[in-house]
Design a protein around this ligand. Structure first.
Ligand SMILES: [Zn+2]
Length: 175
């Protein structure tokens, strides 16, 4: 199986605290693509017996008809004037019972090969941090496969960008 053209070079993992384990959220990943481009706040979530990742997203907004203020679709009352908002379907022009799209992904892989690669890399990094018992970790990935090269504990205040810049990977793609 060929590698995608762009690969995940390192991942910052933040695991959620142990007493929140009955919640599906397991943590967040900040991902560096080829040490050049950062994606922040990918969610790692426990699904039906397996871990899933969600791309960073923002809440979709609609305007209040009374005050023209922007409100997330999930809201029933306007956050600015507190008037009762029309049902979600009416605000985005759907038929009754159709579900409105409450969030829009800010960035996401386009093809299946890169989607699979990113998911494999993020989950490998998450498991490496969990196996090492680290709440927060800087994980370097292999340039030739979505496998872990090294795991280092991080503090919350440590800057991921600085880590990427000051610890350049000597390994380069062989392909
Ligand atoms: Zn309003």
């Amino acid at each position: 199986m060929g590698l995608p053209l762009i690969i995940v070079s390192s991942v910052r993992i933040q695991r959620v605290h142990i007493d929140q384990l009955d919640e599906p959220l397991r943590g967040f990943a900040n991902v560096a693509l080829q040490q050049q481009f950062l994606i922040r706040r990918i969610k790692i979530v426990q699904g039906d017996g397996r871990l899933l990742i969600y791309n960073p997203s923002i809440e979709n907004q609609t305007e209040c008809l009374e005050c023209n203020g922007e409100n997330p679709l999930r809201r029933r009352n306007c956050q600015w004037c507190n008037c009762l908002l029309p049902p979600e379907e009416d605000r985005v022009g759907l038929r009754r019972g159709e579900r409105a799209n409450r969030r829009t992904e800010q960035c996401h892989p386009v093809d299946a090969a890169f989607r699979d690669h990113m998911k494999a890399a993020v989950l490998a990094a998450y498991h490496a941090a969990a196996d090492a018992g680290m709440v927060e970790a800087f994980v370097k990935m292999d340039y030739n496969s979505p496998t872990v090269l090294s795991v280092e504990a991080l503090h919350r205040s440590d800057d991921f960008e600085e880590y990427i810049l000051t610890k350049p990977d000597s390994r380069r793609r062989t392909a």
